[in-house]
Design a binder for this molecule. Sequence first.
Ligand SMILES: Cc1cc2nc3c(=O)[nH]c(=O)nc-3n(C[C@H](O)[C@H](O)[C@H](O)COP(=O)(O)OP(=O)(O)OC[C@H]3O[C@@H](n4cnc5c(N)ncnc54)[C@H](O)[C@@H]3O)c2cc1C
Length: 400
Amino acid sequence: MTASTHTDIIVVGGGPAGSLTAYLLHQAGFSVRLFEANPTVKRKICGEFLCFEGVNILSQAGLSALLEGDGALPGNGVKIVSNTHGVIKSDFPQVKRDEPGGYCLNRQVFDEALLNVTEGAGVMLHRGSPITHLQHQLPGWQVTTQLGATYTCDLLVGADGFRSIVARQLGLTIPAPKKRYALRCFLPTRRKNERVIEMHLLDEGNYIGIDVVEDYCVNFSIVANGDTLKQHGGAEGVIRHYYQTHPVLQENIMLPDPMPPIEAMSPVSHRVKDCIAPDAVLVGDAGGFIEPLTGEGMTIALWTATTLAKQLARCRENRAWHQRNRYLRAYKRQKQWHYFQKSTLAQFLYWFIKQEQAVDQAYRFLSQRPQCQEAFTGVINNTYTPLRGFCALALAALIG
Ligand SMILES: Cc1cc2nc3c(=O)[nH]c(=O)nc-3n(C[C@H](O)[C@H](O)[C@H](O)COP(=O)(O)OP(=O)(O)OC[C@H]3O[C@@H](n4cnc5c(N)ncnc54)[C@H](O)[C@@H]3O)c2cc1C
């Protein structure tokens, strides 16, 4: 081991979770190395909507400027289309106060900008350097890149997304069955897009998320189960089927022939037994991926980064680096509670959208009560915690 290849912390993965973790830990005074597998940032399969809570996290980290560039359009509200084609459209609660309720991002631009800010702040960034091997040393870790270079650290942070090599090599991954697929393509629109995200509920618990990318283009993501894909002869068949059977989609979106490239991924899940191991910790999707129906994966990734960074900054202030695993356990407790709330809401909503009659009744209920619609969109974009949101919804229903 040479001094130059050792840092306090190594972060694996330069997505939102890894970049923000590295940035904040460097600011807290740690020496940090960040490894990103790709030489240039790829545009991931993602609905690309950063909800209100995520906007707040970036602002608290002093990084609001990231949302001022070309790759970020303010999102003002949401349009939800029920399985019976009923439409509910409501502004986010912030819009009344003239604030954006969230942002429609171009993930390639956003992830790249966050990575650049991190490097600019002084983090040692290794692009195009996938980590392939981890070895526990007492204390700390040695990581090996694909080209065979080795680096050591006291603490390893796995931020390498939901195919996390770090989680797998730590023995923390729970294998997920390939039941569902996420498909994504970019589609042209007939009219200039409103700054509104869309959620279309389909049959069998399948759904489409639509995010505004540009004035005349949308990010069209669909989550569908494997049986639906088989039934319609693959990704293009599924998209064509739902487009033809859902008239609301045809109002603004165009389906060109030939279809633009469709990207697919499966499984749409990543579960772990634990998010910590001795001298190692997982953030973002690497530490557990939550059903994308609520569209808050990036926000949760940013939340895990700030929560971990706060714990480790305290550890440093208390001159207790030798006791860092105690601070990792405190992070784990906070994360468990946060994930419990988020995943319970996401699982409930996912279960709910499969109850087609109940969805239709919920649509009828909400369509007659505008106050409830606003409370509901407040839950969707994380203005309210699930508990507060449902209290607001119940109150709005009583008043209404
Ligand atoms: C269909 C769908 C729709 C979604 N819609 C939304 C939405 O609207 N809003 C939202 O907030 N979230 C959404 N998400 C979730 C969101 O995309 C993720 O939660 C978010 O990207 C997590 O960030 P991350 O930093 O943890 O992981 P990632 O963004 O996946 O970053 C991980 C990084 O690690 C790198 N890496 C991987 N392996 C290695 C290695 N061995 N060595 C070095 N680097 C490595 C990768 O190249 C990557 O850059 C959606 C997800 C899906 C599937």
